[in-house]
Design a protein around this ligand. Structure first.
Ligand code: ACO
Length: 359
C-alpha cells in the first residue's frame, strides 16, 4: 500500500528525541520539553542532544562562528535579492572543505551550528547594505546571534525570549528537514551536504516557512477586525490557516504551549500578543466546526511568530532563525544516521500516463 507523504511510516530508531502526537508530548531524550526549557541554556541543551561535554561545545561554537565568518566572502558575491535562506544554504555548500571533513562527525556538528548563526546574521546585514558584525568570543551563542544581527548588546529579556524559542525548536524527531538531512548523508555524503538539504526543505511554507504566514494572518485579522471573516474566506478558497495543524500532534503542540507561556512574560508587543491569544481560541473553534475530525490546533509556528515579533526580529529572519535552532537536531540526526547507516531507498509504483499523451 502507498503511504503518501510517508504518513505513519517508521523509518529509523533514534535516541535523540521522541514525539507523542496523541498525548502532546515532546521529549529530548527522556526529558519532557517543558522541564528542559526551564533555566537551561542553548549550549547546555545542545550538548545534551549531541552527547558532547558542554565546555567542548562552547569552545567549538566559538571556532564554528569563526569558520562561518571566514566564509563570508562567498556571501558577498551572491545576489542581494536572494532570500536569507537561499544565501545561507548556498554558503553552506562551500563549507565541505577537506579540513572540515577531517574533523570528527560530532565536531563538525558543532562547528556547522556555530557557523550557521554567523552566516544568517551576516546575510541579513549584507542585504541591508550593513557590514557583518564579527562574532564575540565572549558572548554565549544566543546573545552572540542577537549581537551579530544588530551590532549592539541585547537585553537580558531579549536573550531569554530567543533562548526559550531556540531550545524549544532545536529538535523534533523525523520532521521533513531532518528526514531530508538523514536521506542525504545516508548515501555516505557529508554533513555540509545534509545541512544544505535540510535548509532547502525547511524554507517551504508547510514546514519552517509558516511563521511569516502567521504574522500575515494576524495582521489581516487586525485590519479586518473579525477572525471569523478572515478564516472563513481562507477556508472557502481552500487555503490553510498558517500556524495550525500538525502531521503528528492531534492535540496541543507542547512547543506551542511553552512558547505561549513565554510570550505572556514578555513586554513590548502586548496588544499583538493579546490578539494572538484571542484569535487562537476563535480559529480553533472555527476549524473544529468546519474541518471536523481533523483535530487542528496551533503548532509551534503560531507562537514562534509572537515571540519573534516581541523581540522585534523582522519576519524575513523567522525561518532562518528557526534553522539556527534546528541545526542542532539536524546535525545530531546526521551523526546518528552515519553511525549506523542504511541508505534510504523507498520504492514507487509505476502508473501509466501514456493515454494522456497519445495523439
Ligand atoms: N488549515 C486548514 N485546514 C487544514 C490545516 C490548516 N492549517 N491543516 C490541515 N488541514 C486540513 C486539510 O485541509 C485536510 O482536510 P481535508 O481532509 O478536508 O482534505 C486535513 O486537515 C488533513 O490535512 P493534511 O494535509 O493531510 O495533514 P498533514 O498532516 O499532511 O499536514 C501540515 C500537516 C502540513 C502541518 C498542515 O497541518 C498545514 O499545512 N498547516 C499549515 C502550515 C503550517 O502551519 N506549517 C507549520 C507546521 S509545524 C512545522 O513544520 C515546524
Amino acid at each position: 500500500m502507498i503511504q503518501k507523504g510517508l504518513k505513519g511510516v517508521v523509518a529509523v530508531e533514534t535516541t535523540i528525541a521522541s514525539v507523542d502526537g496523541e498525548k502532546g508530548e515532546l521529549r529530548y531524550k527522556d526529558l519532557l520539553l517543558k522541564d528542559v526549557v526551564e533555566q537551561q541554556t542553548f549550549e547546555a541543551v545542545a550538548s545534551f542532544l549531541w552527547e558532547i561535554d558542554e565546555k567542548q561545545v562552547t569552545r567549538l561554537l566559538v571556532e564554528g562562528r569563526q569558520l562561518g565568518f571566514d566564509h563570508l566572502f562567498v556571501l558577498k558575491v551572491l545576489p542581494k535579492s536572494l532570500s536569507i535562506m537561499d544565501q545561507v544554504r548556498t554558503v553552506v555548500s562551500s563549507m565541505g572543505t577537506p579540513e572540515l571533513l577531517a574533523r570528527s562527525l560530532k565536531e563538525q556538528a558543532v562547528l556547522l551550528t556555530g557557523a550557521l548563526a554567523v552566516l544568517t546574521a551576516a546575510a541579513y546585514r549584507i542585504q541591508r547594505e550593513q557590514q557583518p558584525v564579527t562574532p564575540s568570543v565572549e558572548l554565549p551563542h544566543v546573545a552572540n546571534y542577537l549581537y551579530m544581527l544588530s551590532g549592539s548588546h541585547p537585553t537580558k529579556s531579549e536573550v531569554t525570549a530567543l533562548e526559550t524559542y531556540l531550545i524549544t525548536t532545536m529538535e523534533h524527531g523525523m520532521n521533513a528537514s531532518t528526514f531530508a538531512a538523514r536521506v542525504t548523508v545516508s548515501s555516505e555524503s557529508d554533513l555540509p551536504s545534509g545541512l544544505v538539504s535540510a535548509l532547502g526543505t525547511m524554507k517551504g511554507p508547510l514546514h519552517g516557512g509558516a511563521p511569516s504566514g502567521v504574522l500575515a494572518l494576524l495582521d489581516e485579522i487586525a485590519s479586518v477586525g473579525s477572525v471569523e471573516t478572515v478564516v472563513m474566506n481562507k477556508l472557502q478558497s481552500g487555503e490553510r490557516i498558517m500556524g495550525f495543524g500538525h502531521r503528528v500532534y492531534k492535540t496541543n503542540d507542547p512547543r506551542s504551549l511553552v512558547l505561549r507561556e513565554a510570550c505572556k512574560k514578555l513586554s513590548g508587543e502586548e496588544r499583538w500578543l493579546q490578539l494572538a491569544v484571542e484569535a487562537e481560541k476563535e480559529i480553533t473553534r472555527l476549524l473544529a466546526l468546519h474541518k471536523p475530525g481533523r483535530r487542528l490546533y496551533t503548532n509551534v509556528e503560531y507562537y514562534a511568530a509572537a515571540i519573534m515579533k516581541s523581540i522585534a526580529l523582522p519576519s524575513e529572519l523567522f525561518t532562518p532563525t528557526f534553522s539556527v535552532a534546528r541545526s542542532v537536531g539536524w546535525t545530531a540526526h546526521m551523526v546518528e544516521q552515519l553511525e549506523n547507516n542504511v541508505i534510504f531507498r523507498p520504492e514507487s509504483v509505476y502508473v501509466t500516463s501514456v493515454n494522456d499523451f497519445a495523439p
